[in-house]
Design a protein around this ligand. Structure first.
Ligand code: OSB
Ligand code: MG
Length: 375
């Protein structure tokens, strides 16, 4: 029996973050979360999440453009179409349809979970992931001053996080990193993420990050750049990790060829879903490039997909997979995501994504709905 989605219910929720999250390119205090409920002919449903944010400050997509793309172009190609494997979905969505990776990924990843569920497998097992637990890192937003960041960093280290990522931008960088490095000691796993805040004019300045024994510096330059990152990597001892620039396995291959970076942050939504994520994972493994799973301030639904992906073997660095309570007063799934000894457990006991959606809470938070049906 082919996998066939007969109906997609789109919903938008507003979920307040416990604290505002500031990065160099923008800030968020309420997450606009787009959820999808995919329904098969027999009534079985699968939930997925579209991680696009409110503004196009990370990539060109937003919650609104993704909603439009899913309803106008993604759903019509998928609804009523039979797939023998979820690996077929990406090509169907790419043919004559440029960009909108997060919109495409929300549906593509949902079909992977549907397939896992149907086979009685956890999503992690279905993807080929073998890890039982995943080391967890935290991404700390830009703070008002170094002392405030040190406070957050100390708390995070005390909670057991195995990696701290400090968001930086010009004017809130070296001094902040120096303060945290001093507070946590010489060897604590630290990294920074600039979300494109620097340019070629800043190369001398960026070279000073080499003083802090960072495990990597994430996406210092433009969101779609590979060439300038290669020039910068030649000057830096610290490995560059690319996030925004890697939007497909071809871009990852370009990174390898140009030597634009030495680590990849895989966010499955950014690359159009799991088929591309697996290809990037494999390509990087062949080239000795470690990968790790980034986050987009997902609800517990999106997190389930990230955790499943991060259980694959070449995800050797801690992921931005913080527990539910780091983001939300209360999550929209049960059980909520938790961390023990700096690790998140990969759900293996039930088929599919491994968490149940709290439908009453989802209903209460929903601000709009659209039902898309086959035919
Ligand atoms: O660059 O990794 C990023 C959140 C929104 C947009 C971009 C990024 C981030 C994060 C959040 O760092 C990590 C998380 O979900 O905990
Ligand atoms: Mg990033």
């Amino acid at each position: 029996m082919p996998l066939t989605v007969q109906q997609i219910t789109l919903r938008e929720l507003r979920l307040p973050l416990r604290e505002p999250f500031q990065i160099s390119s923008g800030s968020a205090d309420v997450r606009r979360i787009v959820l999808l409920e995919l329904r098969e002919g027999d009534g079985t449903t699968t939930w997925s999440e579209c991680v696009a944010g409110e503004y196009p400050n990370y990539s060109p997509e937003t919650a609104d453009t993704a909603w439009l793309a899913i309803s106008e172009w993604v759903a019509p190609r998928i609804l009523g179409t039979g797939f023998t494997t979820p690996r077929q979905v990406h090509a169907v969505l790419e043919h004559g349809f440029r960009g909108h990776n997060m919109a495409k990924a929300a549906v593509e990843m949902g079909i992977w979970a549907m397939a896992a569920q149907r086979q009685g497998s956890s999503l992690a097992t279905f993807l080929g992931g073998s890890r039982e637990q995943i080391a967890t890192g935290i991404s700390l937003g830009i703070q008002s001053d170094p002392a405030a960041l040190v406070g957050k960093a100390r708390d995070a280290a005390a909670q057991g996080y195995q990696k701290l990522k400090l968001k930086v931008k010009p004017g809130a960088d070296l001094e902040y990193v120096a303060a945290v490095r001093q507070a946590l000691g010489d060897t604590f796993p630290l990294m920074v993420d600039a979300n494109n805040a620097y340019t070629e004019q800043d190369f001398d300045h960026l070279a000073r990050f080499d003083d802090f024994n960072l495990i990597m510096i994430e996406q210092p330059l433009a969101w779609d750049d590979l060439v300038r990152h290669a020039a910068l990597q030649r000057l830096l001892a610290t490995p560059i990790c690319l996030d925004e620039s890697i939007t497909s396995v071809d871009r990852a291959a370009d990174m390898v060829r140009l030597e634009s970076g030495r680590i990849v942050n895989i966010k499955p939504a950014r690359v159009g879903g799991f088929t591309q994520s697996l290809a990037i994972h494999d390509l990087c493994a062949q080239h000795g490039i470690p990968v790790w799973c980034g986050g987009m301030l997902e609800s517990g639904i999106g997190r389930a997909y990230n955790v499943a992906l991060a259980s694959l073997p070449n995800f050797t660095l801690p992921g931005d997979l913080s527990p539910s309570a780091r983001y939300w007063e209360r999550d929209i799934v049960t059980p909520e995501w938790t961390m023990r000894d700096g690790m998140v457990a990969v759900p293996r006991k039930q088929p599919g994504i491994g968490v149940a959606v709290d439908i009453d809470r989802v209903d209460n938070l929903t601000v709009r709905t659209q039902v898309l049906s086959a035919g």
